[in-house]
Design a protein around this ligand. Structure first.
Ligand code: OOG
Ligand code: MG
Length: 267
């Protein structure tokens, strides 16, 4: 087996059994090309089990995230239907190792984006915009990783929730909209959409660049998560997490350990 296939198998098992593993970089040098090859092999395993690619995500597009994790390059990961949760749905905490949650801006692609064609007006390639939440869960011990580690681990992707879509034309520019993350009604993080590459609309061009460089396809109908505007916070075992983006609305998720422990009081 090639190195990427071995790494992908280990990361896949770590995710499926919710058991942390050692950083790949702890035993050998892993380059960025091998890291993306590992991510693609990991996703191929999931697709072979019947999952479907629903979108792509960017990581470390804000200073808040880059500083929190000590990784300063923009990276790309893959979303599948198995990671998608409905707005206000319940996430089973037991399926994850040490989950965190972060507020995101989601774009719905209206067209295939082939190559780095940044000349296209955004209105022609983006259908709609929505507030979103991402659950991240590094498969590495202590939630620590190098750039290549986190790319191989599908950029810690574990789950995502999309709020109500607003047509792109109606949403207008998102260069400075307030972002608020609340846990059980208490503010856990605040920021601005400006934290995401200066304007989250720039995520489209960044994604096109990364897709061309690392073998991803951006297709009409896909979701693109632009990256968190604030640092991530621990996902509570029992609780309600909500993200609100001024002008776009809110999105929420509930957590519990198992069906037996879900009570009306935890809503
Ligand atoms: C990696 C994922 C980064 C973002 O929004 O910046 C990311 C991690 O922080 O574990 O999803
Ligand atoms: Mg994220």
């Amino acid at each position: 087996m090639t190195a990427d296939a071995v790494f992908a198998a280990a990361l896949d098992t770590a995710q499926r059994t919710a058991t942390a593993i050692s950083q790949l970089s702890s035993t050998e040098e892993v380059g960025l090309d091998t890291a993306y090859a590992t991510q693609h092999a990991l996703i191929a395993r999931r697709l072979a089990r019947g999952e479907r690619v629903t979108g792509l995500k960017l990581g470390f597009t804000s200073q808040a995230k880059a500083q929190q994790m000590g990784v300063h390059d923009v990276i790309m990961g893959t979303l599948t239907d198995a990671m998608r949760l409905d707005d206000d749905a319940v996430f089973d905490r037991r399926s994850a190792i040490h989950p965190r949650i972060e507020p995101e801006v989601a774009y719905l692609l209206a067209a295939d984006i082939d190559g780095v064609d940044t000349a296209l007006p955004l209105a022609e390639i983006v259908a709609a915009v929505a507030p979103a939440l991402e659950i991240i869960d590094s498969r590495y011990r202590d939630f620590r990783f190098s750039l290549s580690d986190v790319v191989a681990d599908n950029t810690s992707a574990a789950g995502y929730v999309i709020g109500p879509w607003t047509p792109f034309e109606q949403a207008g520019t998102l260069d400075n909209h307030a972002v608020r993350l609340e846990v059980d009604g208490r503010v856990a993080a605040t920021g601005s959409t400006a934290a995401i590459l200066g304007d989250p609309g720039r995520a489209i061009a960044a994604a096109a660049r990364l897709a061309a460089a690392h073998g991803f396809a951006l297709r009409a109908g896909m979701v693109l998560l632009a990256g968190a505007a604030t640092a991530a916070v621990p996902l509570p075992d029992h609780g309600v997490v909500e993200a609100t983006i001024t002008g776009l609305g809110r999105v929420g998720i509930r957590t519990h350990e198992g069906s037996d422990s879900l009570t009306e009081g935890s809503r």
